[in-house]
Write a protein that binds this ligand. Structure first.
Ligand code: FES
Length: 227
C-alpha cells in the first residue's frame, strides 16, 4: 500500500510522463462513424400488369406476322414472272407477212386478230382510216364469246361483205373492230403492238385497251410494212 501511494506520487510529480500521455492522446485517431448507405425500397412487382403487357405484345406480334405473311403470299402469287403466251408478249411474225388490206390473221396463242389495214379501204366494213397493223382481242366485249372474222358475211345496212361477227348474239364489227350492230357495249378491244428495226412483231397481250371509236388511230405503222 505504501509502495502504491509512493508510485502515484512519483507519476503525479513527473512532468515527462504527463507530456508522453498528451502526445499519445493527440495521435489517437477518432474512428469515423460508419457511413450508412441508403437502401432503396424495391417497388413491388405488379405481376398482373406484366402478364397483360406480355399477352398484348404477343397478340400484336402474332397479328402482324400473320398479316405480313398473307400479304407476302398474295404478292408472290400474283406477281407476273416471265409470262409466256396469252397475258404476255406474243410473237406475231414479221411485217412482211402482212400485205396491206389483206384479210386479218388469227393468232390463237395470243387470242387476237391482226391485220395491216389500208386507209383507202373506206367501205362500211372498212378500216375507218386506219393505216398500219392493228391487233384486236378476239373476246367479244358483250359476254366474252370468241369473235370470228367472216369474209362472206354481210349485214343489211351495208353492201360490203367481210365482217367480224360474234356467233353468240350477233354483234358485228368492222375491220378496225368498230361495233356497227348487236348488243356489245363497245367496239372490240385492242392490244399493244411493238415492232423492232427488223420488222419483227410482238403483241403485248397483257396490254389491252378498251375498244372505242378511236380504234383506227391505234394502228401501228412501220417503214418495212407492205404498202
Ligand atoms: S357475246 Fe358476242 S354478242 Fe354476245
Amino acid at each position: 500500500m505504501a509502495n502504491e501511494t509512493q508510485t502515484n506520487d512519483v507519476e503525479a510529480e513527473n512532468p515527462a510522463a504527463d507530456a508522453w500521455r498528451e502526445a499519445l492522446a493527440s495521435r489517437r485517431t477518432e474512428l469515423a462513424e460508419p457511413e450508412t448507405v441508403p437502401t432503396t425500397q424495391a417497388a413491388p412487382i405488379d405481376v398482373d400488369a406484366s402478364r397483360r403487357n406480355f399477352l398484348r405484345a404477343s397478340f400484336w406480334t402474332g397479328l402482324g406476322v400473320t398479316i405480313g405473311g398473307g400479304v407476302a403470299l398474295f404478292l408472290d402469287f400474283f406477281y407476273p414472272r416471265n409470262v409466256k403466251g396469252f397475258g404476255g408478249p406474243v410473237p406475231a411474225g414479221n411485217v412482211a407477212d402482212y400485205p396491206r388490206g389483206a384479210p386479218p390473221v388469227a393468232n390463237s396463242t395470243g387470242q387476237f386478230w391482226i391485220a395491216n389495214l389500208d386507209p383507202a379501204d373506206d367501205g362500211g366494213n372498212g378500216s375507218g382510216g386506219a393505216d398500219g397493223l392493228l391487233a384486236l382481242w378476239r373476246k367479244c366485249p358483250h359476254l366474252g364469246c370468241t369473235v370470228p372474222w367472216k369474209p362472206d358475211a354481210g349485214v343489211e345496212v351495208s353492201p360490203e361483205t367481210g365482217w367480224y361477227q360474234c356467233p353468240c348474239h350477233g354483234s358485228t364489227y368492222t375491220k378496225s373492230g368498230i361495233r356497227v350492230f348487236g348488243p356489245a357495249p363497245r367496239s372490240m378491244d385492242t392490244m399493244a403492238i411493238e415492232i423492232d428495226d427488223a420488222g419483227n412483231i410482238t403483241v403485248q397481250t397483257g396490254d389491252v385497251t378498251s375498244g372505242g371509236p378511236d380504234n383506227p388511230d391505234r394502228a401501228v405503222s412501220h417503214p418495212l410494212l407492205p404498202t
